[in-house]
Write a protein of this length. Structure first.
Length: 365
């Protein structure tokens, strides 16, 4: 295929040359080399900013969870189609009623698996299962450095104590761990202590303040808990960067800006295959078709999805970097924009353009 842009997958510097060549081949041939299985919306925490979690009694209102047999059928077909890497997530994936059966089956198929978990359930028989069938790596959500912060964020007692015990148990198994933290108003003051926790255990740590509203029925408080001031500063910095060095090419389709373009997919707990977990489209159900058919439909969606007409004709499009998920969660749909979103970007653009012109004038004097 011919592309007039560099796909994101070519900038995955952490891959060694062999795996880079594998991903390049997969991109060229649209092979679904990487997938995410979102096993369940259940979770034993109740995080304020979560866009997935549903109480057990509300799940039937939104769909039916895939069974172990269904997940393993999908996995077999995905493996045949070329999937090598899998991320297993939720909700809290260990909460799926048939998690042990699903986990054993996936591990025996030979996938490179990353388990994304809050680690609070890594004990007893569940710890024994993970020791017998260890993931290639674990990505663990860390929401604070003590039980008080966990209670403020996750609304449960003893959250940190249980997560800490789970992290130590996984370390004893010598499973590579990455800690990931979402920073909201309730744990912002604790961020430095979370960093020190990661440093103490020599674990990589990634923190983000970027949280999106839920389009999937979760009782998210994203708007109330978002650290808006820091995010607005980051948006201004992003516009400044685009103005000076890397303008946005609005002729590129939205999905081409994501590393999963032509390479990856997300299967929701109800059997929907999506390009991105934040989005509420396309409507591709893997219950009533084969994995390969669903993947082909998803690739077609990626190739056809385009920006709203207002974006393509906008005077500030070169500085307005957004992804399809940003439009979906902030504007309600990837197919439209709203005045609040546009006016905020245009305001920042005018401010930064004025600063840039002043800097440029001083530089040439």
């Amino acid at each position: 295929m011919n592309q007039d842009f560099e796909p994101v997958c070519r900038r995955m510097e952490w891959l060694d040359p062999f795996y880079q060549s594998v991903w390049e081949k997969a991109f060229q041939d649209a092979i679904p080399i990487s997938g995410t299985f979102e096993l369940t919306p259940r979770c034993n925490l109740n995080c304020r900013m979560c866009y997935v979690h549903l109480p057990a009694e509300e799940i039937p209102c939104h769909g039916r969870e895939l069974t172990a047999a269904e997940w393993l059928r999908i996995a077999e077909e995905a493996r045949e189609a070329g999937t090598t890497w899998l991320c297993i997530t939720g909700g809290e994936p260990l909460m799926h009623p048939e998690f042990p059966e699903i986990w054993r089956g996936l591990c025996e198929m030979g996938f490179f698996i990353t388990l994304q978990t809050n680690a609070t359930m890594v004990e007893g028989k569940m710890a024994e299962l993970l020791e017998q069938y260890p993931p290639r790596s674990a990505k663990i959500t860390l929401y604070g450095s003590n039980d008080e912060v966990y209670e403020a964020v996750c609304r449960v007692k003893q959250g940190f104590t249980r997560a800490h015990a789970g992290i130590r148990r996984l370390m004893e198994m010598r499973i590579p761990i990455q800690l990931v933290s979402t920073i909201i108003r309730q744990n912002e003051a604790d961020a430095q202590r979370m960093a020190l926790f990661a440093y103490y255990y020599h674990l990589p740590w990634v923190a983000t303040g970027s949280i999106k509203s839920s389009l999937r029925g979760a009782h998210s408080e994203a708007e109330e808990v978002r650290v808006t001031e820091k995010l607005e500063e980051a948006k201004q910095e992003q516009i400044r960067h685009r103005l000076k060095e890397h303008p946005v090419d609005i002729t590129r389709k939205p999905c081409t800006y994501c590393k999963d373009y032509r390479l990856g997919y997300w299967i929701l707990w109800d059997g929907s295959m999506r390009f991105c977990s934040f989005m509420n489209e396309p409507d591709i159900s893997i219950r009533d078709r084969s994995f390969r058919e669903a993947w082909q439909a998803l690739v077609q969606y990626e190739e056809e999805l385009d920006w709203p007409p207002e974006c393509k004709s906008c005077s500030v499009s070169k500085a307005c970097f957004k992804c399809a998920a940003t439009l979906a969660t902030e504007c309600g749909s990837v197919h439209r924009v709203n005045d609040a979103f546009c006016n905020r970007v245009k305001q920042y653009y005018d401010e930064e353009k004025g600063k840039w012109k002043l800097w440029h004038r001083e530089a040439i004097m």
